[in-house]
Design a protein around this ligand. Sequence first.
Ligand code: URP
Ligand code: ZN
Ligand code: ZN
Length: 464
Amino acid sequence: MLTTLVRNGTVVTAKETRSADILIEGERIREIKPGISADAAGTVIDATGMLLLPGGIDVHTHLDMPFGGTTSSDDFESGTKAAAFGGTTTLIDFAIQPKGTRMRDALDTWWKKADKRASIDYGLHMIITDLGEAGLEDMDEMVREGVASFKLFMAYPGVLMVDDATIFQALGRTAKNGALICLHAENGGIIDVMVKRAIAEGKTAPVYHALTRPATAEAEAVHRAVAMSEISGAPVYIVHLSSEDALNEVRAARDRNVPIFAETCPQYLLLSIDDLARPGFEGAKYVFTPPLREKNHPPKLWDGLKNDHLQVVSTDHCPFCFEDQKILGKDDFSKIPNGGPGIENRLQLLFHHGVNEGRLSLNRFVELVSTTPARLFGLYPRKGELAPGSDADIVIWNPNAEHEISAKTHHMRVDYSMFEGFRVKGNARTVLSRGEVIVDNGTFLGRTGRGAFLRREARGGAWK
Ligand code: URP
Ligand code: ZN
Ligand code: ZN
């Protein structure tokens, strides 16, 4: 069996930071301790001055997703490759059940999209649009297939939105089968009326995307989600939380021991409504949902991450090219495909603005981008940990590497960056996935199609 020794690095987990070597045997970590002999190792990688992190886990991506009259521009080949460059070795993407169809069909469709294309390991959530006659049994079938989480939308009426009865029924099922319900929490009815009113008044610029989706509409939906979790006894995971108002609802619920978890994304931590209000059509680059907020929100979200009111940072990577996709909404903001790119930059941005700028400890950083995602979504300790027996998904992280984020150099298949010109310190030097070096010093060494589908366990939120 192939053995690799990663020597002289600093091992960082959610719990501790220590100097140690990591011995890899085949696809797994065999041993972690200082001074492991190199004699028996086939390959030796020197990691002097480097941090050794468990591979990043991005639990919210949309690759090759039909949406808003077009399809997200990264597929599983380009998207997983870009993820690897940024130190993400696992992602969980969303399969969508079209209304009137069975979940099994959607799962087969997404397996086909990912199979022979993914270069890192991946899992799938199932987006439920219609429970129909057989939906509850279908949910159990999905869990048996390793699809241990479901997303339901409280927004996008007529497209993806389901009513409270559907969400409550689904929660009743996950209370029994142990899967996790993820909710897109915004009051879709109110937003729909506000959007139609704005368009009728000739308010068509990208900034109206935010002005028609108030933070109160997000907080109200989170409040409802909390109530449904409390009544059903099933845990709920709020995706892409964007505002202080919504965060307050999550915190209050957690203080009462309601099993609510929530993620935010780098864009909500680092950008604001001012980006949506950029001159001309430029703001379209920042049209995603929920929208960017006023500048008083991000500091509250950072506090939420530090104090465990928020548990995960994902990307909601859903790229659409500016030139030929965002343009669909040139005369009407409601027709701009919703979504933005970020799969490659999550660790860089969180390390620089979180760790370097003193907002997060190194261990909390690892917990947010890798360990808690693995625990919540049924992958731990195979993923999200550096320990004997875990997959050898290891990021050799250079804390001193300086990098300017730009569409000119990124690997995502999209013609702009939401973080263009951001200068970050800290970047992945070498990335290993199941013991194999897939990125080294800016060169992709992986293989398209090597990524494996991950059958995840349904843990029912009992993850601590
Ligand atoms: O604007 C976004 N977030 N697009 C992707 C779909 C979703 O709601 O997550
Ligand atoms: Zn969403
Ligand atoms: Zn999303």
